[in-house]
Design a binder for this molecule. Structure first.
Ligand SMILES: *Cc1c(COP(=O)(O)O)cnc(C)c1O
Length: 231
């Protein structure tokens, strides 16, 4: 399915309404939820249309594709979020082109990002990805390793540790889905009780962002519901 500019603006409006409804139902200010439009596999033209329709934050998964697209889109006001698996040989491009990285899951990657962040740029905002369902197929730090990782990442000079990110296992049941989001929120609260000041919870995608907002998501990553299905 192709999504033209008109559909795109309409989709964006629908998603914003859903965010607003979910936030209010949870007693939260809708402005406390940042909508990240996930534009992987979408052309620069779709990204520009989305920005023209008011989207300010974009998420990309693949370094090569993203760096090209960021250059093509060339809108300085966009905040770019890296949300894909990150290999150590690609950290420099990410440190140079993005404002946020949501998928830091080991110290080696964090150290490289800190060393390679350009000195003229503000610190790179980072979330630690947690493999909350302990799935073999997914990246992310194990919950038990989080305390040590957070302590080390927080000391890196060119990074600013903001919070946690997860992609929970898919569940048919809303209650079970929500339980994973609640677990991430608890892990964040534990880290804050240990002295951190983490304000970000990056969780929720097209199919489940309302549940994530109910559990405190501050950044929802929405692709399909805005841009249509990816080819
Ligand atoms: C692709 C992707 C999304 C968006 O998924 P949709 O279901 O299209 O909304 C969100 N987060 C991550 C990490 C992704 O890879």
């Amino acid at each position: 399915m192709l999504t033209g500019p008109q559909n795109l603006a309409e989709n964006l409006l629908q998603v914003r309404r859903r965010i607003e409804t979910a936030a209010r139902a949870a007693g939260r200010d809708p402005a406390s939820v940042t909508l990240i439009g996930v534009s992987k596999a979408q052309p620069a033209s779709a990204v520009r249309a989305a920005v023209a329709a008011g989207l300010t934050d974009l998420g990309e998964n693949y370094v090569q594709e993203a760096v090209e697209k960021i250059g093509q889109v060339a809108i300085a006001t966009v905040t770019w979020h890296f949300i894909g698996a990150l290999q150590s040989n690609k950290t420099r491009e990410v440190a140079e082109s993005f404002q946020w990285v949501h998928t830091v899951d080991r110290l080696k990657i964090a150290k490289r990002l800190s060393e390679q962040r350009p000195h003229f740029a503000p610190p790179l905002q980072v979330c630690l990805q947690v493999n909350i369902g302990a799935e073999d197929t997914k990246s992310g730090a194990q919950p038990g390793a989080l305390g040590e990782l957070a302590r080390a990442v927080a000391e890196l000079p060119r990074l600013r540790l903001r919070g946690l990110m997860c992609i929970p296992p898919p569940e048919d049941d809303a209650g079970r889905q929500r339980h994973w989001f609640a677990q991430i929120r608890r892990l964040r609260d534990e880290l804050n009780a240990a002295g951190h000041a983490l304000d970000a919870l990056s969780m929720g995608m097209s199919g489940d962002f309302e549940l994530a907002i109910a559990e405190g998501a501050t950044h929802v990553r929405v692709g399909t519901a805005i841009f249509g299905t990816r080819s």
